[in-house]
Design a protein around this ligand. Structure first.
Ligand code: GUN
Length: 288
């Protein structure tokens, strides 16, 4: 048996096309394009690459991109002042502060300073609370992208046994909340979980978000299960996920590759969240 390979790159490209259509419709109706402000502090090479890709994708979708680059030794107050300026700027619908921030800056205080209604990353505690209680808000991009991929393969997720490996605020916890909202039976496993293999073996849906190269093995997977690999690990053999792809693909029903699976979804969902923000602010409905 060989798993269906879930083509996140193609799904993300299709989503970006639909986003560009909704942007055009919004522009025609309101006379303005949605705007996304991205703040990069310091010169971490990986973060620089991400920020450049986000800017390019934003412009390609017909939106406005505002890039703010600050030196690594910027003060907390200067960064907070920039966030306050972006909160007040009517041309800015979405604000993203690229993480991780350099040492010396209080990440939590910066995220909490962002207007929750412009927090297109969905990292603000108000948005985490909205997600947990079923209120409209912003959902973190990577987990929302994972749910889109899952639904594209499985349709209705209700009643499925889902195991999320990892409990981060950015992926694991919001992923669990989204799966609960889809009426899955959800288990969140983490570094202290006993007999992880046995826990994963029960799952119809496995989402791996731990950051350990090829940790999830074929003999952990229930035959036919859907496996979503959020991991991006740089190894001597190149970029690999948290799942041993070659082996697991022989057991799973469907699986995301790395690269080309979850990764491309993150930026596409960021653009989606920005369009949704602009539409809400202008009193329009978008279908994305
Ligand atoms: N660093 C890595 N991924 C992300 C993301 O999705 N958002 C932000 N703000 N920083 C990140």
């Amino acid at each position: 048996m060989s798993a269906q390979i879930i083509d996140g790159k193609a799904f993300a490209a299709d989503l970006r096309t639909r986003i560009a259509g909704e942007v055009a419709r919004l522009r025609a109706a309101t006379g303005r394009a949605p705007g996304l402000a991205v703040v990069l502090v310091g010169e971490d090479p990986a973060s620089s690459v991400y920020v450049r890709s986000k800017g390019k994708a934003t412009i390609a979708a017909g939106m406005l991109s505002f890039e703010h680059r600050l030196p690594a030794d910027v003060s907390q107050d200067t960064l907070l002042a920039l966030v306050a300026r972006l909160n007040a700027d009517p041309t800015v619908d979405g604000i993203l502060v690229q993480l991780p921030l350099p040492r010396g800056l209080d990440e939590s205080a910066i995220i909490t300073a962002i207007d929750p209604d412009k927090d297109v990353d969905g990292f603000h505690p108000v948005n985490a609370g909205r997600l947990a209680t079923g209120l409209p808000g912003f959902v973190p991009c990577t987990p929302l992208g994972c749910v889109m991929l899952l639904k594209s393969v499985l349709g209705d997720l209700s009643g499925k046994d889902a195991v999320v490996i990892g409990r981060s605020n950015i992926v694991g916890k919001p992923m669990a909340q989204l799966l609960i909202a889809e009426s899955c039976t959800v288990t969140v496993a983490h570094s202290r979980t006993r007999d992880l293999k046995a826990v994963v073996a029960r799952a119809d849906i496995v989402v791996a978000a731990v950051g350990r190269a090829q940790m999830v093995r074929a003999d952990w997977i229930k035959p036919g299960a859907t496996v979503i690999d959020v991991g991006i690990n740089r190894t001597e053999a190149g970029l690999v996920g948290d799942v041993d792809f070659a082996d697991v693909a022989g057991v799973a029903g469907a699986i995301t590759p790395v690269p080309g699976g979850v990764g491309p979804m993150t930026i596409a969902v960021l653009l989606r969240n920005t369009v949704v923000s602009a539409a809400r602010r202008d009193g329009f409905a978008v279908d994305l």
